[in-house]
Design a protein around this ligand. Structure first.
Ligand code: NAP
Ligand code: MG
Length: 497
């Protein structure tokens, strides 16, 4: 096996990154490009031995990293951000070749955001360092005695971060940055369908001067390497983004040590379009759900439209959706690239064919597109029952359903009637309605007349099967730290005084 592959002119080391060294494995797996199915290279395939080595490296590096001043940690995170910014073009082309998402969005949106992930948490870390925020006098029964509470956020320890393939570096760094900022050391396991940019991140972090063992990257098949990571007694946090079945498996594995988990999972989010909405905006919001070929956890895949405007909305939606250009994600003009893997394409088509067999109607799409790879036509299905599979289960492809509602009550009932609760989007011209409806929706994030606007300071996560916990801003620090309260007696008092 070659230790290095070249992807669109960029060299990528295919070995693990453990304790500041590249480590090969006896076996490998083949990484392919969804653009044309070609093999990009053989990637080191880790198992329990590599998992143990990576956790041991993270454990060894932890005391020194946890003791590193916040200022120095923040400086190093900014240095990583500088490294990302210098290599935006390389990261963008490698990511596009590896997972098939649009090059233009990697260049202009995703990779700058990756750098921002590091900058944001570096700055936030310094903001946390305010004495008056952390310290307060005791009230209640201890009032007047002069006792002081001091709350501190102690780094928790080695953290295992497991990420999916749909936005690989974006989602990895959304975890890596706060974990490192908090003073934890990290073992990152990227998805086997898109492992390459995690390896580049290891290079960038090393060049930035991050000490050996603070960030480790291991590759491998899901549970083959994952079980040894998530059941390891030296792991203090596990943050996972991925599917519900894998989350269940990880939660069971982590139960052995009661390791705290953050779980960011799938969704079946609604877009509610009321008759008082700006219809052009509503149609734009709906068509936007095909972004990343529908492989977005937050996608509002269930369009719910008020009956009185349903025909007009559908007409305008079709007009706009059929203008989308599907093809090579490296072309500037492309709106919809390929789906990640032939297996994913099978899965998407299976959902659609079963829905059609159950009586759904494909207003557009409903089959693969023959543009020379693994592409699925943007699809809109109507005549779907609320309790049907296509309305209840996450497809993770460019497949939307459209249902109508008679009034606000029915809209809310349909919106909340799945097992998920990740996000919801509303299109309405009535601010009071927006307030009423958002109060009744079950979702971790709600957008009103907008979509996908995310501030790193805001809490992010899902309710019900969409996840456990929240990350972002202070929520990330609460998760990655052990929060400690120290109560100090004033001079001349004892504890029982
Ligand atoms: P997945 O199959 O659950 O895999 C996610 C990650 O978990 C991959 O790195 C996978 O490795 C790893 N894994 C699999 N089995 C494991 C095990 N037993 N122990 C430890 N790790 C294991 O999910 P996916 O298909 O890659 O991603 C799509 C899902 O992610 C969708 O449901 C989507 O909604 C969700 N998602 C959620 C968010 C969010 O923020 N809420 C964001 C993006 C995506 P392998 O690749 O080797 O299998
Ligand atoms: Mg790939």
């Amino acid at each position: 096996m070659s230790d290095r592959i070249v992807v669109a002119g960029v060299g990528v080391d295919t070995r693990h990154w453990i304790g500041g060294e590249r480590v090969a494995s006896v076996t490998t797996f083949t990484d392919t490009s969804p653009i044309d199915g070609r093999a990009l290279g053989e990637i080191a395939r880790g198992g329990p031995a590599e998992a143990s080595a990576a956790v041991a490296a993270a454990k060894a590096a932890f005391p020194a990293w946890a003791a590193t001043s916040r200022t120095e940690r923040a400086r190093l995170l900014h240095a990583i951000a500088d490294g990302v910014e210098k290599r935006i073009e390389e990261l963008a082309v490698v990511e596009t070749n590896d997972n098939g998402a649009l090059l233009r969005s990697h260049r202009r949106g995703v990779m700058p955001r990756v750098a921002h992930n590091f900058r944001f948490f570096a700055d936030w870390l310094l903001k946390l360092d305010h004495e008056d925020f952390d310290t307060f006098p005791s009230g209640g029964s201890a009032a007047g005695r002069g006792h002081t509470n001091h709350v501190s956020w102690d780094p928790a320890g080695p953290s295992v971060l497991i990420t999916p393939w749909n936005a690989p570096l974006m989602l990895a760094t959304w975890k890596v940055a706060p974990a490192l900022a908090a003073g934890n050391t990290v073992v990152l396991k990227p998805a086997e369908w898109s492992p390459l940019t995690a390896s580049l991140l290891a290079d960038i972090a090393a060049e930035a001067g991050l000490p050996a063992g603070v960030l480790n990257v291991v590759q491998g098949y899901g549970s083959e390497i994952g079980d040894a990571l998530t059941s390891h007694p030296d792991v203090r946090r596990i943050s996972f983004t991925g599917s519900v079945p894998t989350a269940r498996h990880i939660a069971a594995s982590a139960a052995a040590n009661l390791t705290p988990l953050s779980l960011e999972l799938g969704g079946k989010s609604p877009l509610l379009v009321f008759a008082d909405a700006d219809l052009d905006l509503a149609v734009d919001l709906a068509v936007e759900q095909y972004d990343n070929a529908g492989q977005v956890c937050l996608a509002a895949t269930r369009i719910l439209v008020e009956e009185s405007i349903a025909d007009e909305f559908t007409r305008r939606f079709i007009d706009k959706a059929i203008q989308l250009t599907q093809g090579d994600p490296r072309d500037e003009a492309t709106d919809l690239g390929p789906n990640i893997h032939p297996r994913q394409l099978e899965k998407i088509d299976g959902f659609v064919q079963r829905a059609l067999a159950a009586g759904a109607r494909a207003v557009i799409g409903g089959q693969r597109t023959d543009v020379g790879g693994q592409y699925y036509a943007p699809t809109l299905l109507t005549d779907v029952a609320q309790d049907s599979e296509i309305v209840q289960e996450e497809v993770f492809g460019p497949v939307l359903t459209l249902q109508t509602f008679a009034d606000e009550d029915e809209a809310v009932r349909l919106a909340n009637d799945t097992r998920f609760g990740l996000a919801a989007t509303l299109a309405t011209g009535d601010p009071e309605r927006a307030e009423r409806v958002t109060a009744r929706l079950v979702a971790g994030t709600i957008w009103v007349n907008c979509f996908f606007v995310r501030d790193l300071q805001a809490p992010f996560g899902g309710s019900r099967l969409s996840g456990v916990g929240r990350e972002g801003g202070t929520w990330s620090f609460d998760f990655y730290c052990d929060v400690k309260n120290t109560v100090t007696a004033p001079n001349g008092w004892n504890n029982h005084g």
